[in-house]
Design a protein around this ligand. Structure first.
Ligand SMILES: Cc1ncc(COP(=O)(O)O)c(C=O)c1O
Length: 475
């Protein structure tokens, strides 16, 4: 067994892949280690990264087509982000500012508000999407003088894995049995009638203080429909609840608009949650931006000033990084490029579907957030599936498609040096096609040409047999 040891950063540089696996196995997560180690990319050491490329210790250049699952909107180590951070460090700017003013956090708050509708003014910075969601729930709850009781969320939602955010995440609750926040009621995704029904039921029992939605679900790759949003805002006027838009994933040009909700006419939430691309691929920063009235109702009184605080609130370098990221994102040429990129990806997806109707069941998504659901049935895996208990595979047909997407992802890596992702949501079984916004046309073309070559042949399930064997061995 690997001994515990105090490493120096210098010593880390020479760790081998086996040593890294052993450290992960003993000190982080044994099952995760064995699952990832059974995939082709789990056996490379990634030393450096730039733009959409990763470089391994053996000198391989890998095209990172994962988009960092939403984080790498600006790619790895964007030069302007690096420059900002290096200058910040060289000039020994102030990082920690718990009881003194930070000009960086002050300017970041203004900059975010500048990009949003003008009622959204008050920002609060945290470090993860789930924390932002939980802070948003508190603001909404607290904004009513006479407390209301219920929060409503979609049955297909994902808002994080903390106790509060997990309690309003349909995709997470489905398989887990953790303690739950009280009075969380789900409605059917995109179903205005069910939404109204649930509001009416709650209204008789203490009222709804807020409804949280993802205007576009990054796990389903589906948008809320116009009639749903219209109904949501009509019901808000009637029953006076607050609306939270969770744009942790979709914010900052994952569609052709800077924020996804701008795809709907004349709607503004009371609170918006943002993260991922906000950190420029370097800062673990999230925030909620709150409507001015809502803020005043919730925290406007002197005795309410410090009702929500956190240690790592808008640290100096994180805030400076986020300001630099917003400046890149706000450039007109960036918007034009994202629009071209969205069109290119959607054209390529349609072409691929036309070429391989027998292999592809569906293409999904829009903007930069897309996916491919594959059809093929792996008859050679049937015997392995038989031995995996149904408690692990609830929906066999669904799981098979996820496994097929995983096999294709492995092939992209092994044969074409492309890293791609499968969303771990219980509602997702697609191969993600959601690259960084800085990807070039030729890199997009290379991704689709590689997929085309894979789909022309029989899909090779060899790489994922190892995972299935591993899962089987655990039951
Ligand atoms: C829409 C949405 N909300 C919240 C979260 C949770 O963010 P975090 O993983 O940073 O807690 C995520 C994470 O993917 C997300 O996609």
């Amino acid at each position: 067994m690997t001994d515990r040891k105090l490493y120096t950063v210098e010593e880390v540089k020479s760790l081998s892949i086996n040593e890294i696996h052993e450290l992960y196995r003993r000190f982080i997560n044994p099952n995760q280690t064995d699952i990832f180690a059974s995939l082709p990319f789990g056996n490379d050491i990634f030393e450096s990264a730039e733009g959409v490329n990763l470089f391994t210790s053996e000198g391989k250049k890998i095209l990172d087509f994962t988009g960092g699952l939403g984080v790498l909107g600006l790619g790895h180590n964007h030069p302007k982000i690096l420059e900002t951070r290096i200058n910040f460090q060289k000039e020994k700017k102030v990082e920690v500012h718990k009881i003194i003013f930070s000009k960086y956090m002050a300017a970041l708050s203004s900059s975010i508000s500048y990009l949003l509708p003008e009622n959204l003014t008050k920002s609060f910075f945290l470090n993860s999407g789930a924390e932002a969601v939980e802070a948003a729930i508190k603001v909404c709850f607290k904004s009513f003088k006479t407390p209301k009781k219920y929060i409503l969320y979609s049955n297909k939602s994902y808002h994080g894995k903390l106790i509060g955010s997990g309690s309003i995440s349909g995709s997470y609750k489905k398989n887990n049995q953790f303690p739950e926040m009280k009075n969380c009621i789900s409605f059917n995704f995109n179903d205005p009638d069910d939404l109204e029904k649930k509001i009416l039921e709650c209204n008789n029992k203490g009222g709804v203080y807020c409804i949280i939605i993802e205007p576009y679900s990054a796990s389903l790759l589906e948008s809320c429909e116009d009639n749903f949003i219209e109904k949501l805002f009509k019901l808000k006027s009637k029953y006076e609840f607050k609306i939270i838009f969770d744009e942790v994933f979709t914010g900052f040009y994952k569609s052709k608009k800077m924020f996804y909700f701008q795809n709907f006419k004349n709607v503004t939430p009371d609170v918006i949650c943002l993260s991922k691309t906000l950190g420029g691929g370097k800062s673990s920063i999230s925030c909620l931006v709150i409507d001015d009235n809502t803020y005043n109702q919730a925290y406007g009184k002197i005795n309410e000033t410090f009702l929500h605080t956190t240690t790592y609130n808008g640290f100096g370098e994180e805030s400076a990084t986020a300001i630099a990221a917003l400046n890149i994102l706000a450039e007109e040429k960036f918007k034009i490029r994202v629009n071209q990129l969205s069109d290119l990806i959607s054209k390529k997806l349609r072409e691929l579907l036309t070429k391989h109707p027998n292999k592809i069941e569906k293409i999904k998504g829009n903007g930069i957030l897309n996916g491919i659901i594959f059809k093929s049935y792996p008859s050679q895996l049937a015997s392995l599936f038989e031995k995996i208990p149904s408690s692990f595979i609830k929906d066999r047909a669904f799981f098979l498609k996820k496994i097929t997407a995983t096999a294709i992802s492995c092939q992209l890596y092994k044969d074409f040096n492309i890293l791609s992702a499968i969303n771990d949501s219980s509602f997702s079984n697609h191969l993600c096609v959601s690259p960084s916004l800085v990807v070039k046309d030729e890199e997009v073309n290379y991704f689709f040409d590689s997929l085309d070559k894979i789909l022309k042949e029989n899909i090779n399930y060899k790489s994922i047999e190892l995972i299935l064997n591993y899962i089987k061995s655990k039951f």
